[in-house]
Design a protein around this ligand. Structure first.
Ligand code: 13P
Ligand code: SF4
Length: 311
């Protein structure tokens, strides 16, 4: 069995030979982030997909992210190390049920958070990510009603920021709903003067405690701008790897989860299905690949391009 270092070396050689690019989300394991060509949030990753001239995209993230890369680049090979890397939020919005709500509200503009399937994107007018959701909602005239899906926590947060009512789909992320409010307050009391950073997929009582609410890339930007503070970070714990590299002398503490687990923090089991070994094998075999029905791809690309134009 190869060590992580040997695997990383083999991956680096193979990706050069095959003209492949490795894109990773901040929630991936440290060793995957370190071997990637680019690590980013959902918006940054989509922008990278557009600008890359590689023939193969290895997406170290979850299924909807790799699927978005394939929608944007249907002629390229898009690989995902483990096809079972799903997302509880994307799963909370099944296409048939969503279609029914759209049909019941024909006057609503449909804005979907990028954490959803290609079928859902194909039914949307606009896609957004956590870094541009406010901007995208504000781009819609105030007299036009909005249907927002699938994340109700991000939806509620954007409603408050933009002072407009939206019809919200009842979906959520298991990782961001796993934070314990009581434990968070206790931790905060033991680090007086620390700042809480939270991802908008978190519940509103957690968001209300935060000094900064934003995407993973937004949080990293914030700590870089204010490196002398201590932080409690309420998002998936994988972010601490890159964040700590950016601010090596800053105290960063992952926000505590309700249930104690090995790291006492919140981790996305879907994201963590990807391993260095699976990444190497998928690049070697060029499998598993993301496949999308061409008629869905043609519809789903439109709201993503509109989002990229507005960002
Ligand atoms: P961002 O990195 O875009 O903030 O998304 C977070 C997330 O939950 C991805 O699944
Ligand atoms: Fe989905 Fe939540 Fe995991 Fe992100 S962290 S992939 S939203 S389950």
């Amino acid at each position: 069995k190869s060590t992580n270092m040997e695997l990383s070396q083999k991956i680096t050689e193979l990706k050069k030979k095959k003209n492949a690019v490795i894109l990773a989300h901040y929630y991936q394991t440290p060793e995957i982030q370190d071997v990637a060509d680019y690590v980013g949030d959902s918006l940054g990753l989509s922008q990278k997909v557009i600008s890359s001239d590689a023939e193969i995209i290895v997406f170290a993230g979850v299924h909807f992210m790799a699927e978005t890369a394939k929608i944007l680049n249907p002629t390229k090979k898009v690989l995902l190390p483990d096809l079972a890397a799903g997302c509880s939020l994307a799963d909370s919005c099944p296409p048939d049920a969503f279609k029914k709500v759209i049909d019941e509200h024909p006057d609503h503009v449909v804005i979907t958070y990028i954490n959803c399937s290609a079928e859902i994107k194909a039914m949307s007018d606009l896609v957004c990510t956590s870094s541009n959701a406010e901007q995208i909602v504000n781009a819609i005239p105030r007299d036009v009603p909005i249907l927002f899906a699938p994340d109700k926590n991000l939806g509620k947060y954007i409603q408050k920021k933009t002072h407009r009512e939206m019809l919200l789909w009842d979906g959520s992320c298991i990782v961001h709903e796993a934070f314990s409010f009581d434990k968070l307050l206790k931790l905060y009391q033991s680090y007086p003067g620390s700042k809480i950073l939270a991802h908008p997929e978190s519940e509103s009582h957690v968001l209300e405690t935060a000094t900064y609410v934003g995407s993973t890339a937004g949080m990293i930007r914030y700590v870089k701008e204010h490196p002398t503070d201590d932080y409690i970070v309420a998002t998936e714990a994988g972010i601490l790897h890159k964040m700590q590299q950016e601010v090596p002398d800053t105290l960063l503490i992952p926000a505590p989860a309700k249930e104690d687990n090995h790291c006492a923090c919140s981790e996305c089991a879907f994201m963590k299905l990807n391993t260095l070994e699976k990444l190497y094998n998928c690049l070697l075999d060029e499998n598993p690949q993301i496949v999308i029905d061409p008629s869905i791809q043609k519809k789903a690309i439109k709201p993503i391009i509109r989002m990229l134009e507005l960002s």
